[in-house]
Design a protein around this ligand. Structure first.
Ligand code: BGC
Length: 735
């Protein structure tokens, strides 16, 4: 339908609706157990507009039929789920995908996730999470793209394109809902759900850009954050939802609360009661409310709020209009049922598994490779010890936020290695130590279908001895250590960055054998290894369904790691938060005075990642030494692969503004290119710096500015790049 036809049709429908039916469209309920009679009754009564968490295609069909056949107006339901990094085919966790700096792989991965979701009848995902995360104690950094707004914006847009396609309603695609608006990643102390206090300049320069990028890519939904931003709960925050999102940015999609976060306005001691909560959320700009249970719905009180005159009919209609438009654009009024005949074929598509493996290979970050320990040589290696409590844990290999995965088809690191080496190499395995359970089990662990993996429980002392013996008798040891999948994610913040349990002891004991050790870190936050120095370290994140196969390819050189850290890696937890984009201050060059007990610098800088090959940058140049305000400048650099492998490198461009109306960071990412070069190949990499890359929101003038200034441009392999040039920005009036 054309825009006008959609609008007219929705207006006609709106005119027929009672206040109760309108409120019903704005309520979204969880269905935790298929067949729940209470949910079916709510749907039949027209009190629900959307359901989340149903994964059984037949149940989706059943509930949709009730909505269509048993309600007065027959308005179809929107079905939603957190399809975060795949449905059946599980891709690496989002931060791993960001570490690939490969926007095509990210888009392609989410397109596959969308196709699997749509085939079972889902219409909408609560993704991407685009929250900037600068505090690794916060477990949800795993769901985002890390600490940087420029990278975060590119990743956000790529994910939205993948989920939604070119336009809302593209066949085989689903609605994307960037979340959590806004500032959720800045939770005090890294404690999930705690309040965030963020200045307007920080919001506009750092936290908002990925949301804007997601909206520019067409995202049709936005989810509110749980916590209070600067003292006002995000779900009742009119400045966020109306002034910025809808009025200033012109967002025409619909907003949804986080689970119970409208009702929770009472918990925040903000709203007086659920009626007040619903009233204030709607007035603030919330369109749909997500509720854990019917009794937690604040929006079911909207008819009362209307009768009391606390909300207007116009505002109620506006919210309903946004929800109905999404349903209409998704084609639900004409085609509400999924074609289940194609389900199995789509879910079993081997191309999806190949894409997941390929994505994992692109995401690995090689942090250390002394004496070129990696890649391992299959021809000369006779034996390998694969040690660690995560080496053979399928559930942990997938990471958090997976529901419809198949553990039987998940390849662990141990399996991947065994499949690769066959009979040629002896492979021994020992867990090495127990994987401890979380001290405080998460709410998620209790949800049906989300039970944590069976924990490895062994006699640690005896097991460490056994692992050491295995390491001694093997040519090389591959250690797989990190955090279990439920130790990171929602409600999984930590006050420590250490390896949980006795893994550090195991690591040190195996290194002490003097035999070569390659450490694979299965984690999504920087881990403090306390100076332990195995020959090689690779961050493999939670690599997904085909993770073990991808790891084996990387270990034996069939894939060359080219991933780059999407965050600064601190030396210890006491340093956090430690963003690379810091401001200069008193005694700027003496970072060691920042702490007297340790360096102020990170262990590995943002953007860092080695390769089996070697890369050299040279000849950095800008097209012009002077530009005028508003103009674009071209920057070029020559990049050579001087090593022995065909390999990917991510060339990164950072700027630094020497003076201006406000202080700007020492480095800010403003461009990157991921390229694959053959040995001996040199390529010129071109970047473009546009006026918007040189502009920022200034606290001094409380608005966007571009200063007359000098800009230093650094290009290289990470945020510590040394190759530098500069150009001047002048005002045309000074000519
Ligand atoms: C999370 C959201 C998620 C929702 C539904 C909440 O607890 O914060 O990110 O989309 O649950 O699962």
């Amino acid at each position: 339908m054309q825009d006008k036809a959609v609008d007219d049709w929705i207006e006609a429908l709106l005119r027929q609706m009672t206040p109760e039916e309108k409120a019903g469209q704005l309520v979204q309920l969880f269905e935790f157990e298929a067949g729940d009679p209470d949910i079916a009754a709510e749907v039949a009564a027209g009190r629900v507009g959307s359901i989340l968490f149903v994964r059984d295609p037949a149940e989706i069909q059943r509930l949709q039929r009730i909505a269509i056949e048993q309600t007065r107006l027959g308005i179809p339901l929107l079905f939603a789920l957190d399809v975060i990094h795949g449905l059946r085919t599980i891709f690496p966790v989002p931060i791993a995908m960001a570490a690939s700096w490969d926007m095509q792989a990210i888009e392609a991965g989410q397109a596959i996730a969308a196709s699997e979701a749509r085939t079972i009848g889902l219409h909408w995902t609560f993704a991407p999470m685009v929250d900037i995360a600068r505090d690794p104690r916060w477990g949800r950094m795993i769901e985002g793209a890390g600490e940087d707004p420029f990278l975060g914006s590119a990743v956000a847009a790529a994910q939205v394109r993948g989920f939604q396609g070119a336009a809302l309603g593209t066949p085989g695609r689903i609605i994307a809902g960037p979340k959590h608006f806004a500032g959720y990643g800045a939770a005090l102390g890294g404690r999930d759900y705690d309040e965030a206090e963020i200045s307007e300049s920080e919001l506009r320069n750092v936290y908002f850009p990925p949301f804007k990028a997601a909206l520019q890519a067409g995202a049709a939904n936005v989810m509110c954050a749980y916590m209070a931003l600067n003292g006002v709960p995000a779900t009742g925050n009119r400045w966020l939802l109306r002034d910025v999102l809808k009025d200033e940015w012109g967002f025409t999609g619909f907003t949804v609360s986080d689970a119970n976060s409208a009702y929770d306005l009472c918990e925040h001691n903000f709203a007086r009661d659920p009626l007040d909560a619903g009233t204030r959320a709607l007035n603030a700009g919330l369109d749909m409310e997500m509720s854990l249970l019917v009794k937690y719905s604040a929006f079911r009180h909207l008819p009362q709020a209307l009768a009391n005159g606390d909300i207007t009919e116009a505002d109620l209609n506006e919210a309903v209009r946004r929800v109905l438009t999404a349903k209409c654009r998704m084609g639900l009024f004409s085609n509400p049922y999924a074609d289940l005949a194609t389900c199995d074929v789509t879910l079993a598509d081997p191309a999806h598994r190949d894409a997941a493996r390929d994505a994992a290979e692109r995401s690995f970050v090689l942090l250390r490779n002394e004496g070129d320990l990696l890649p391992l040589d299959r021809d000369t290696l006779a034996s390998l010890a694969v040690i660690g409590p995560l080496a053979d844990s399928a559930r942990d290999t997938l990471g958090p936020w997976v529901f419809d995965h198949d553990l039987d088809e998940t390849v662990t690191v141990l399996e991947g290695i065994r499949n690769k080496v066959g009979e040629h190499i002896r492979v021994d395995h020992a867990p090495g130590v127990s994987m401890i359970a979380r001290q405080n089990p998460s709410f998620f662990d209790s949800l049906p279908g989300l039970e944590p993996a069976a924990r490895v429980e062994v006699d640690d002392d005896a097991e460490i001895r056994r692992a050491v013996e295995q390491a001694k008798s093997a040519d090389c040891t591959v250690l797989v250590l990190g955090e279990a999948q439920n130790m990171i994610g929602e409600a999984a913040s930590r006050s420590s960055l250490d390896l949980p349990g006795r893994q550090q002891e195991l690591l040190e004991a195996v290194i002490a054998t003097g035999k070569p050790v390659a450490l694979l870190l299965m984690s999504a936050r920087p881990i403090d290894l306390k100076g332990a120095a195995p020959g090689a370290i690779v961050n493999i994140w939670y690599p997904g369904s085909q993770g073990g196969a991808a790891v084996a390819n990387a270990l034996f050189g069939e894939a060359v790691p080219g991933g780059k850290l999407p965050f600064n890696w601190p030396r210890s937890v006491g340093q956090v938060p430690l963003p690379y984009a810091r401001m200069k201050s008193h005694r700027p060059d003496e970072r060691n005075v920042r702490y007297w007990n340790e360096e102020g610098s990170p262990l590995y800088p943002f953007g860092f990642g080695l390769s089996y090959s070697k890369f050299e940058y040279s000849n950095l140049r800008t097209a012009r030494p002077v530009i005028m305000l508003g103009e674009t400048v071209d920057v070029e650099v020559d990049l050579a692969n001087t090593g022995r492998y065909v390999a990917a490198e991510v060339a990164q461009l950072y700027i630094h503004q020497r003076h201006g109306s406000a202080v700007r960071p020492v480095r800010e990412l403003k461009g990157f290119r991921r390229v694959v070069l053959k040995p001996g190949e040199t390529r010129t990499i071109a970047f473009e710096l546009r006026a918007e890359d040189l502009s920022y929101w200034s606290s001094a003038s409380r608005g966007w500015v571009q200063d007359e200034t000098i800009i230093d441009v650094y290009v290289g392999t990470d945020s510590a790049a040394r190759l530098v040039t500069s150009f001047e920005v002048r005002s045309p009036e000074d000519q």
